[in-house]
Design a protein around this ligand. Structure first.
Ligand SMILES: [Ca+2]
Length: 399
């Protein structure tokens, strides 16, 4: 009987994993918002697009999770660029974010995050379960792997001289939560969001770099101003810890501070301002519960952990974050824009200092993976599907 139950659970997990979210058939091309009508233009179709970055000449780098990096320019997508390392594409893992060097015009360096398999694979057949993950336990994936960040020179249709500048430690089997967003700070250091690989506890373990905000120099060395640089037994690239799976990071231009959001478990998605050396509480505290329904103490009960500035219950499952600084959307100046899977929306937050004063969910009927402001002030989005979209949002002109 017990074996039957185990098999049933395995099958349930496998079925869930195989269920792909279908892209909507006739999504809207104009939506009504609090600040007028917004036009949605479909620019290109991509296979699970994840991250994008502008090149100085106006072309756009876009990643596809299965392991392709393309350039979108003048209405066309390029063939995949050559030269990328071997990428382990499975579940939430694959080719993730892309950014260009702050000094790109001189260095031609592009940075990308991805999932890599370990050279030596363990002799096991499947992952070990964690009841707290409930239906999100994925027993089908036995590859030992972890997130990595590499850089290389962009030359024509090729990325050359690839060097790996950071790796998640330790590599683990199965599950998701790689994090993987990249963000250059105004001082030239590189922030990386590192998820806790659905293992929870590593987020509090300072000998591991899982469940952390990471800060390194572009060559992979450690900035001397990092909070744990000289602390014995602590990984020096850690900026802040106690994070779950952050998939959005941006600098707030009003305060010059780093903002991130992170996925909660069963609800409790968070908006955080990660300060050097601070502990953000996962998995000890959360404003949500585990997927099996077991409770987690709320942030308010343990003030020793830094609380989120805002949270979502029920969850929106945020991915992608940008602060709007353009002039095309006149009412959006200084607002935080987030993509959302669950609510199939662009989420617009109006801020009052570090507080969220209002929230608007612009229902696009699509799971939004990434948000990027274009040089002309339009807002470009990626959607999270096998046949995902590159979208351009702009205001419908007054008549
Ligand atoms: Ca937290």
């Amino acid at each position: 009987m017990k074996e039957v139950l185990t098999l049933a659970l395995l099958l349930a997990g496998a079925t869930l994993h195989a269920q792909e979210k279908k892209a909507p058939v006739n999504p809207p091309d104009v939506v009504e918002t609090k600040s007028g009508k917004v036009k949605i233009e479909h620019l290109a179709t991509l296979n699970e697009p994840w991250g994008m970055a502008w090149l100085p000449d106006g072309r756009l780098l876009i990643t596809e999770k299965p392991g392709r990096l393309r350039i979108y320019s003048q209405g066309k997508l390029s063939e995949p660029l050559r030269g990328l390392p071997k990428i382990e594409y499975h579940g939430q893992g694959g080719l993730l974010d892309v950014k260009i060097d702050p000094d790109f015009s001189r260095t031609k360096l592009v940075y990308f995050s991805y999932t890599e398999a370990a050279d030596q694979q363990p002799n096991i057949t499947r992952d070990i379960g964690d009841p707290r993950l409930g239906k999100f336990n994925d027993y089908s994936d036995a590859i030992l792997k972890g997130g990595a960040v590499a850089r290389g020179r962009l030359e024509g249709q090729e990325v050359r001289n690839i060097e790996v500048i950071w790796r998640q430690v330790p590599k683990t089997v199965g599950r998701g939560h790689f994090g993987g967003r990249l963000l250059f700070a105004p001082d030239g250091t590189l922030f990386i969001t590192s998820g806790e690989r659905q293992r929870s506890e590593p987020a509090q373990d300072l000998t591991s770099n899982l469940g952390k905000m990471i800060r390194i120099n572009p060559d992979g060395s450690i900035p001397k101003t990092n909070p744990f640089i000289n602390k014995k037994g602590v990984r020096p690239e850690i900026w802040s810890y106690g994070h779950r799976n952050p998939l959005g990071a941006a600098f707030n231009p009003a305060t010059k501070q780093l903002w991130i959001h992170e996925m909660g478990a069963l609800h409790g998605d968070e908006l955080n301002i990660p300060l050097a050396g601070k502990n953000y509480g996962w998995p000890v505290v959360s404003n949500g519960n585990n997927y099996d329904g077991s409770p987690i103490p709320a942030h308010e009960t343990k003030p020793e952990f830094a609380a989120p500035v805002y949270y979502w219950h029920p969850a929106i499952s945020p991915s992608g974050l940008a602060f709007y600084t353009g002039s095309l959307f006149k009412d959006w100046s200084g607002n935080a824009l987030l993509g959302s899977f669950n609510s199939e929306a662009l989420v617009r937050l109006t801020l009052d200092g570090n507080n969220v004063s209002s929230e608007e969910r612009i229902w696009l009927q699509r799971r939004i993976r990434e948000v990027l402001q274009a040089p002309d002030g339009s807002v470009w989005l990626l959607t999270d599907y096998k046949d995902g979209e590159l979208l351009r949002l702009s205001p419908v002109a007054d008549r």
